[in-house]
Design a protein around this ligand. Structure first.
Ligand code: Z5A
Length: 213
């Protein structure tokens, strides 16, 4: 099977980190080793600097929605061109903690940036590059936030009101409803249950890939 780009998506506290561990484990069991892990924004030196700016800003200057969006795409294009595409070309599989669907959810639905503009920007920056599979962990924002409440200092995005995360969730759900490359998984049950479902959905998808002529 050719190398693939698999992305894990979901609101904060959805359980992406655990799901990534399960995905890597399943791939390893299938003989797929040397998996490249990425996180967005981030995973290149430039993109990590942008991650800090996106999450924390700089000084007291407020970050406009458009600046936030452009920094996310600057980080993403660095990652895609410098890490993801070369890894896939070498034959490595790539597992991503978030990708472009996050922008649709947070900046599109959450911030209210125009959908047509977002799509045009996406096409200009990424062209026809899409993940092969996205596992979207669906969780009520209040439940996800409750799981991560004990964390130290919230960042610029984490301090948004609940309504922002509710819009972001709707953004995820509406895209997942029309894109067959996105598999939705209910992330509200206990962790072991969610992990079992993640493994099962991935195995189903892998089987379908090998059956496709
Ligand atoms: N962002 C954006 O706005 N636009 C974009 O295009 C991109 C990103 C790419 C990245 O922050 C921020 O950037 C993010 C979106 C924005 N901000 N927000 N909000 P990040 O990378 O620092 O944060 P994150 O991606 O949201 O990660 P997270 O908060 O760590 O979420 P998670 O990885 O899904 O959570 P987890 O670490 O797997 O689990 C959290 C806790 O819950 C942990 O203690 C688990 O043991 C527990 N957990 C997990 N699953 C369960 C279940 N099923 N039951 C009980 N407890 C559970």
């Amino acid at each position: 099977m050719n190398s693939k780009f698999i992305v894990i998506e979901g609101l904060e506290g959805a359980g992406k980190s655990s799901a990534i561990g399960a995905v890597v484990d399943v791939l390893r069991q299938q003989g797929i080793r040397d998996v490249v892990l990425t996180r967005e924004p981030g995973s290149t030196p430039v993109a990590e600097v942008l991650r800090t700016l996106i999450k924390d800003g700089a000084g007291n200057e407020s970050v406009t929605n458009l600046a936030e969006l452009l920094m996310l795409y600057a980080a993403r294009v660095q990652l895609v061109e410098q890490v993801i595409k070369p890894a896939l070309a070498r034959g490595n599989w790539v597992v991503g903690d978030r990708h472009d669907l996050s922008t649709h959810a947070y900046q599109g639905a959450g911030r209210g940036i125009n959908a047509r503009f977002l799509q045009a920007l996406r096409e200009a920056v990424l062209g026809n590059f899409y993940p092969d599979l996205t596992l979207y962990l669906d969780i009520l924002p209040e439940d996800g936030l409750a799981r991560v409440r004990s964390r130290a200092q919230p960042d610029r995005i984490e301090v948004q009101p609940l309504a922002f995360f509710e819009r972001a969730r709707s953004g995820y759900q509406s895209r997942a409803a029309v894109d067959e490359r996105i598999v939705t998984i209910d992330a509200s049950p206990p962790l072991d249950v969610v992990t079992t479902v993640v493994r099962a959905r991935l195995m189903e998808w892998l089987r379908a890939q090998t059956e496709t002529p």
